[in-house]
Design a binder for this molecule. Structure first.
Ligand SMILES: Nc1nc2c(c(=O)[nH]1)N[C@@H](CN(C=O)c1ccc(C(=O)N[C@@H](CCC(=O)O)C(=O)O)cc1)CN2
Length: 287
C-alpha cells in the first residue's frame, strides 16, 4: 500500500454538454482540492464527446475520497451520465512486460524505470523464450517463461492469465511476437499496449522493414497502439519517425527503427502511467 501523496487525477468522458467543467471544478474545490492542471477536449462545438483530465492537490485525499466519490457519482454519473475515474498518484500502475527474443524495448523500459522516469511498478516480465531471462534478473524483476508451442497457444495464454489475474493494470508488449487471442484480451480485462515497428497504417503485419526497403521509403517509424483482436489495428497512442535513405540496407532500417521503437513505446507507457490516454472508439485522446 502506497501512502497518499495528496496528488490526484480525475478523468471524465462522455456526451458533451454545458456545465460539466463548472461542476467538476465545483466538486473538487468544494472538497478543498487545488486544481493544478486541467485538460479538456470536445469533439464538436455542441453535442459531441467530452474528455477531461484534471490534476489536483488535496492533502486529505485519502480521508476525503469516499465523500468525493459520492459527489462525483451523483453529479457526473447520474446527472450527466458521464464516465469518471479518480486516481491517487501514490498508487503507481502495475505493469506486466511481455517480450520474445528482441531485447531493445524491454531493456529500455526497465532502464527508464530504474532511472525513475516511468511511474510504474513492474510486476512481471513474461516471455515465450528464455533468451531475456538475464535482462529481467539484472533489473530484479520476476521473469516467467511461458513457451507458446505450435497449436497450443490456448494453454500458454491460460498460464499467462493465471499469472496476471488481479496483479496488473496494463500489459505492455515489448516486441512480443505472438498474436494474442480475443479470448485472452477479454479475460485479461486490462489494456494491452503494443509497439509495432512501422508508421501505421503503413506496413501492417510481418516484416515491415523489408517491405519499407522494397518500397524505397525515406522515413521509417514506429507506432504504439492498444491491442485489439485485429492485428495492428488498435487505437494509436504514439508514433514517430526517423529519416532514412537509399543508402540504407534493410539491416540499417532495422537498426535505425529500433531507436524509434524504444522511444515511442516509452512515451506511450509513460502516458498510460500518468493517465493521459483516453479511448475514443477506434482512436485515442492523449493529453
Ligand atoms: N491480438 C493482437 N496480438 C498482437 C498484436 C495485435 O495488434 N493484436 N500485435 C503483435 C505484434 N506484432 C506486430 O507488431 C506481431 C507479432 C507476431 C506476429 C505473428 O505472426 N506471430 C505468429 C508467431 C510468430 C513466431 O512464433 O515467432 C503467431 O502468433 O502465430 C504478427 C505480428 C503482438 N500481438
Amino acid at each position: 500500500m502506497h501512502p497518499t501523496t495528496g496528488k490526484g487525477r480525475l478523468l471524465v468522458s462522455g456526451k458533451d454538454g454545458p456545465g460539466i467543467v463548472a461542476v467538476v471544478s465545483g466538486i473538487l474545490t468544494g472538497h478543498g482540492a487545488n486544481i493544478v492542471s486541467l485538460d479538456q477536449h470536445s469533439t464538436d462545438h455542441e453535442g459531441g464527446r467530452f474528455f477531461q483530465r484534471a490534476v489536483f492537490h488535496l492533502d486529505e485525499l485519502a480521508a476525503r475520497r469516499d465523500a468525493l466519490e459520492v459527489d462525483l457519482h451523483r453529479e457526473l454519473g447520474e446527472r450527466f451520465g458521464l464516465r469518471w475515474s479518480l486516481v491517487d498518484t501514490a498508487t503507481p500502475k502495475r505493469v506486466a512486460l511481455f517480450a520474445s527474443k528482441l531485447d531493445h524495448c524491454l531493456l529500455d523500459l526497465l532502464w527508464r524505470h530504474r532511472r525513475g522516469e516511468l511511474p510504474m511498478d513492474i510486476a512481471h516480465v513474461v516471455s515465450n523464450h528464455t533468451d531475456l531471462a538475464w535482462v529481467s534478473e539484472r533489473f530484479d524483476v520476476p521473469f516467467t517463461h511461458i513457451p507458446v508451442e505450435k497449436g497450443r497457444k490456448q494453454e500458454a495464454e491460460a498460464a499467462q492469465l493465471d499469472l496476471l489475474k488481479g496483479t496488473v493494470d496494463v500489459v505492455v508488449l515489448a516486441r512480443y511476437m505472438q498474436i494474442l487471442s480475443g479470448d485472452f484480451l477479454a479475460a485479461a480485462g486490462v489494456p494491452v499496449i503494443n509497439i509495432h515497428h512501422s508508421f501505421l497504417p503503413a506496413f501492417v503485419g510481418a516484416a515491415p522493414y523489408r517491405k519499407a526497403k522494397e518500397r524505397g521509403v525515406k522515413l521509417v517509424g514506429a507506432t504504439a497502439h492498444f491491442v485489439t483482436e485485429d492485428l495492428d489495428e488498435g487505437p494509436i497512442i504514439e508514433q514517430d519517425v526517423v529519416r532514412v535513405s537509399h543508402t540504407d540496407s534493410t539491416e540499417d532500417l532495422v537498426r535505425r527503427g529500433a531507436d524509434v521503437e524504444r522511444l515511442v513505446l516509452a512515451r506511450a507507457v509513460q502516458a498510460f502511467c500518468e493517465d493521459r490516454i483516453m479511448r475514443d472508439g477506434t482512436t485515442t485522446v492523449v493529453f
